[in-house]
Ligand binder design. Structure first.
Ligand code: DX5
Ligand code: ZN
Length: 222
């Protein structure tokens, strides 16, 4: 994937779930680059969210790229259903499958971009053998499962280490950061090497007129 300016991928986990279509339209109009969809199975993480039927219904509301974050174990059985539902990127947790290379190849074989995510407790060193098989690394800066948690500063070094690994191999792999992103922590992530920022609770609220300004501010461009 080509590197560009900082991309913002709002997580609809913090949106009004009784009006998801309207929320997706609003966040699209406010300038979101991607739409981040958190898929939780109540097993890999202690929470439940949405399945492929909700994702395919949301597809009608935006042409923006669907950034599907699978927090399921196993992950393999969900790749095809979410591809059919309209995912553009599918990111799987390295902790969720034994043969992650096979999983990433299955995603790419469907014509999608493949991402690998790591929990805060997982060392970035285990990513090294898989860098050639993915388009994106998703660094979790909270323990996966819930929105609105505090950003873990301990993960900043992991972001810069992954950046070095990518550069050493001459790859264009994007680094996405997810969890506790706000106007302060976004800057720290960008300085550490992030390309894409996920933000849920920092964007979604009853005050939809603020979405555009918040997205722009998270990019830290001006
Ligand atoms: C957590 C999810 C995140 C979450 C982020 O497991 O992967 O995408 O929605 O929410 P905030 O931005 O509120 O930390
Ligand atoms: Zn997420």
């Amino acid at each position: 994937m080509k590197k560009n300016n900082i991309l913002i991928s709002p997580s609809i986990l913090a949106a009004d779930f009784s009006a998801l279509g309207a929320e997706v339209t609003d966040i699209d109009n406010a300038g979101a680059d991607w739409i981040h969809l958190d898929i939780m199975d109540g097993h890999f993480v202690p929470n439940l969210t949405i399945g492929p039927d909700v994702v395919s219904n949301l597809r009608k509301y935006t042409k923006k790229l669907f950034d599907v974050h699978l927090m399921t174990k196993p992950a393999n059985n969900w790749i095809e259903p979410f591809s059919t539902a309209g995912a553009d990127i599918i990111t799987v947790h390295i902790e969720a499958e034994d043969d992650i290379k096979k999983t990433l190849q299955a995603i790419r074989n469907l014509g999608l971009k493949a991402g690998v995510s790591i929990k805060p407790s997982t060392s970035e060193n285990i990513l090294e053998p898989y860098l050639n098989y993915c388009d994106l690394i998703l660094v979790m800066t909270v323990s996966p499962g819930f929105g609105g948690q505090k950003f873990m500063r301990s993960q900043l070094e992991k972001i810069s280490n992954i950046k070095k690994m990518i550069e050493k191999k001459g790859l264009n792999t994007l680094i996405e950061v997810d969890g506790g992103i706000n106007l302060e922590t976004s800057k720290l992530c960008i300085d550490a090497g992030a390309d894409v920022l996920v933000a849920g609770s920092a964007i979604f609220s009853k005050n939809k007129s603020k979405y555009s300004h918040l997205i722009q501010s998270l990019r830290n461009e001006s």
